[in-house]
Design a protein around this ligand. Sequence first.
Ligand SMILES: NC(=O)c1ccc[n+]([C@@H]2O[C@H](COP(=O)([O-])OP(=O)(O)OC[C@H]3O[C@@H](n4cnc5c(N)ncnc54)[C@H](OP(=O)(O)O)[C@@H]3O)[C@@H](O)[C@H]2O)c1
Length: 299
Amino acid sequence: MRVLLLGGRGRLGGAIAARLAPPPAGVQVELLAPARHELALEPHAPDDAAARWFAQWRPDVVVNCIALGDVDQCETEPALAMQLNAALPAALARACERKGTRLIHFSTDFVFDGALRRPYREDDAPRPLSAYGESKLAGERAIARTACPHWIFRVSWLYGAPVRNLAADLLDPANAARIFRLATDRFGVPNPVQLLAAEVASCIARGRASGDSPPASGTFHLSCHGATTWHAFALAFVREAIGAGRLAGERAPRIEAIEEASLGRPARRPAWSALDPSRYEHTFGRTMPGWEEAIQFAL
Ligand SMILES: NC(=O)c1ccc[n+]([C@@H]2O[C@H](COP(=O)([O-])OP(=O)(O)OC[C@H]3O[C@@H](n4cnc5c(N)ncnc54)[C@H](OP(=O)(O)O)[C@@H]3O)[C@@H](O)[C@H]2O)c1
């Protein structure tokens, strides 16, 4: 099975690449993870790019981790956000539809406004507060309008990649003397990329298993259980990292509480955006851990 991984140098994409090469026992995967320069994506011409990629790599499965994921950048560059987060997945879905190729795509908890104050289910009404959320929702809807076999996994609050995430910053010896000021009034679910990558690998295997029809196309909340704040997560992560010998107690950075509004960021974020993974668990026959238990996957 030829798996074309797009965005394989990103946080989640990097973890998926590591998980699939070498492939887990019993999964026959040829991983194709072209670098950005090999993709040569012109954001304004996604159909050309998709056609070229399909001709060059002839994938059986496309895993799309390309995104403009910087929420504040999306607010200041909404056209680019729409190109990468909506038009590109739409073009991939059209190409997948033509070839009967499965598309695995990722979306976000930021499609919700946070007003419900309980973990969101897939059929809860989305109402994005930001250009990022708008563009990701447009991408989901464009894929769903095609007949390509697809799984859209909404994920939230990623950590565990080597760089560009809170856990990596907390572990970085260069930050030993730094004070981390983190919000106590915004709730969501932190998810280690290693765990999500293992789940994606198992879904890919499931999609090709003989004698077992793969779950139907749809949107699924791929997330740990529970809800917390970045402040409470950081305290728990540092405690676990010290326990696991990944961080010396005397070198642990200081963590202070602040309110989200004091950060003065361009994009609005939902104040409560935990995702309920029940449909994913039920459909794919998996069990997701609580967010605290899952910290071990990143240590
Ligand atoms: N991070 C989070 O907390 C979070 C939360 C919810 C949902 N998500 C979703 O999860 C998915 C993965 O997110 P992530 O945080 O892993 O993303 P990421 O680290 O920002 O990675 C994005 C990838 O897209 C690639 N890319 C961006 N622009 C490109 C272009 N013009 N041409 C080619 N490649 C381009 C990047 O390439 P380079 O490596 O070369 O830059 C990178 O590999 C996304 O769909 C995101 O919306 C993320």
